[in-house]
Design a protein around this ligand. Structure first.
Ligand code: TPP
Length: 530
């Protein structure tokens, strides 16, 4: 008779979940013994790195992966990046081992106390099977829940003595469960009329467009209406070709600045994003005076908590295709092209604006950019143009330490696409272990560390809050990123002058394996969002 382990691998295989990211311990060993040849295990050396590598991999391939963590401490280490994965709406099947069933009443060391509570609220479902024989069906259910929109992580706590148990005589049915929900057709028709009637509508393109594969539909709709398109504030993905004549840039996450940017529009149409992801406060109305707002989202919660506007819930490809059925091409004039930005300063110390402008010139346009360079985010958006789907990733939900491992995960999923990770020195160090996984698998990720020897964005935030930046905990000097990378098996180079930057970037982009450039950037404090 098959064991629970056999059946579990069968269920995972039947659903195409054959990639595992993990860091195992005692309670996970019985699951891993006899690991099937057609499965791949990517070892990460710390669970925060494991979580974001899995997040990147699953996001890039658009289907779930298994995350194999050790008990409560492993999950605990991964929590910060689990929150990020939850906000990214990434389907992850997270498992952690549990102590033997006959011992849990005594709470021995490896007992994961209240296991189901630990990952909450950042999972869609958390479960401990009542019987060993329930594990295969619980895995199937976990996969269905994780992949239904809004997608997201789920958690299973699995006792170590369950795997050799004899499975139930009947295997769980391998079922198809649809993952998208169509928007209400009547609501769609009614908002389509509002959109068609608007004098100067603006679209805010959000991450769900990229997740759902809806770039072309978004472009078609914007072109029919000749409507300007902005990147949604703090958007975790690019969702519109940024070299398009209708693209007007990524919005910054500040209420007053956004209102100013959007002034003149009478209708704001948010597609696939919250209203709004911004943390910098601000006062006054959310949208410009006399403007109204319509939101399309695959996430009912995102719709419910929006402070203004009407919302249509459902998959965004289906929403956009539905709108296209109702909306005819307009003959209004194309909006005027905005003024470009002045040339960046190419003097030393290296300016982030100059670095990103040069990077955009030399990088392959079908590559991927992963951004976690907090104080330089605006510079990146101003100087780089993302023009291909799944070409940009950013985790804008507050926790740092996900950029590097996300980039490694994306590169592992997409060996043919060049992945560039632009990270701050502060952020990079949280999950530096991801370099080792990249080196072990020859993932050709290019890591650019923008080294300003400190927490630049926190210094700028102190100034923004009017409390200055004379306080402890904001300087991070003395880290040698070249030696660090080399110790993980990743070649590296330090660049301190703009004159060396072009060759450095070109060489890095031509490398056959992972490579890191430690770039000394201007450490002076710039105003937030500049
Ligand atoms: C897990 C976590 N810990 C702490 C913080 C607070 N924090 C926000 S930005 C930042 C520093 C970022 O520094 P760096 O990556 O070097 O970028 P810079 O601001 O210098 O551009 C810190 C510590 C956070 N967001 N998340």
């Amino acid at each position: 008779m098959p064991t629970v382990r056999d059946r579990s691998y069968e269920v995972l295989r039947a659903h195409g979940v054959t990639t595992v990211f993990g860091n195992p311990g005692y309670t996970e060993l019985p699951f891993l013994t006899g690991f099937p040849d057609d499965f791949t295990y990517y070892l990460g050396l710390q669970e925060a790195a494991v979580m974001s590598m899995a997040d990147g991999f699953a996001s890039a391939q658009g289907k779930p992966v298994l995350v194999n963590l050790h008990n409560a401490p492993g999950l605990g280490n991964a929590m910060g990046n689990l929150k990020t994965a939850y906000h990214n709406k990434t389907p992850l099947i997270i498992t952690a081992g549990q102590q033997r069933r006959d011992m849990t009443v005594y709470e021995p060391g490896f007992y994961n106390k209240d296991a189901r509570d630990l990952p909450k609220p950042y999972v869609k479902w958390s479960y401990e099977p009542a019987r060993a024989q329930d594990i295969p069906a619980a895995i199937a259910r976990a996969i269905h829940i994780a992949t239904q929109e809004p997608q997201g992580p789920v958690f299973l706590a699995l006792p170590l003595d369950d795997w050799d148990a004899e499975a139930d005589p009947l295997p769980p049915a391998i079922r198809t469960v649809t993952t998208r929900t169509a928007p209400d057709p009547a609501a769609l028709a009614s908002v389509a009329e509002r959109i068609a009637r608007a004098k100067k509508p603006a679209f805010l393109a959000g991450a769900a467009i990229d997740r759902a594969g809806a770039w072309d539909d978004m472009v078609e709709l914007a072109e029919r209406l000749r409507a300007e398109v902005y990147g949604a504030p703090a958007a975790t993905r690019a969702a519109f070709p940024e070299d398009h004549r209708l693209f007007r840039g990524a919005l910054v996450f500040d209420r007053e600045m956004m209102r100013e940017w959007l002034s003149g529009h009478d209708l704001i149409v948010v597609v696939g994003a919250p209203v709004f992801d911004y943390d910098m406060g601000g006062v006054g109305p959310i949208v410009p005076e006399r403007a109204t707002l319509i939101q399309f989202t695959d996430d009912p919660e995102e719709a419910d908590r929006a402070p203004v506007g009407d919302a249509v819930v459902g998959n965004v490809v289906l929403a956009l295709k539905g709108l296209l059925e109702h909306i005819e091409p307009t003959d209004r004039p194309w909006p005027e092209a905005p003024q470009g930005f002045p040339e960046p300063e190419t003097t030393d110390p290296i300016q982030a604006h100059a670095l990103f402008a040069l990077l955009d010139e030399v990088r392959p346009k079908d590559g991927v950019v992963v951004l976690e360079a907090s104080s330089h985010s605006s510079a990146m958006h101003m100087r780089m143009r993302i023009t291909s789907p799944k070409g940009f990733y950013y985790a804008g939900v507050g926790g740092i330490g996900n950029g590097l491992p996300t980039a490694v995960g994306i590169q592992l999923a997409n060996p043919e696409r060049r992945v560039i990770c632009a990270t701050g020195d502060g952020a990079m160090i949280y999950t530096v272990q991801a370099l080792w996984t990249a080196a072990q698998h020859g993932a050709r990720v290019v890591v650019l560390v923008l080294d300003n020897e400190g927490y630049g964005v926190l210094k700028a935030s102190g100034d923004f809050l009017g409390i200055g930046h004379e306080m402890p905990g904001l300087d991070v000097a003395g880290l040698d990123f070249v030696k660090m990378a080399e110790s993980f098996g990743v070649p590296a180079r330090r660049i301190t002058a703009y004159a060396d930057l072009r060759t450095g970037l070109e060489e890095a982009l031509a490398a056959e394996g992972p490579i890191l450039l430690s770039i000394a950037v201007d450490p002076s404090i710039k105003p937030l969002l500049s």
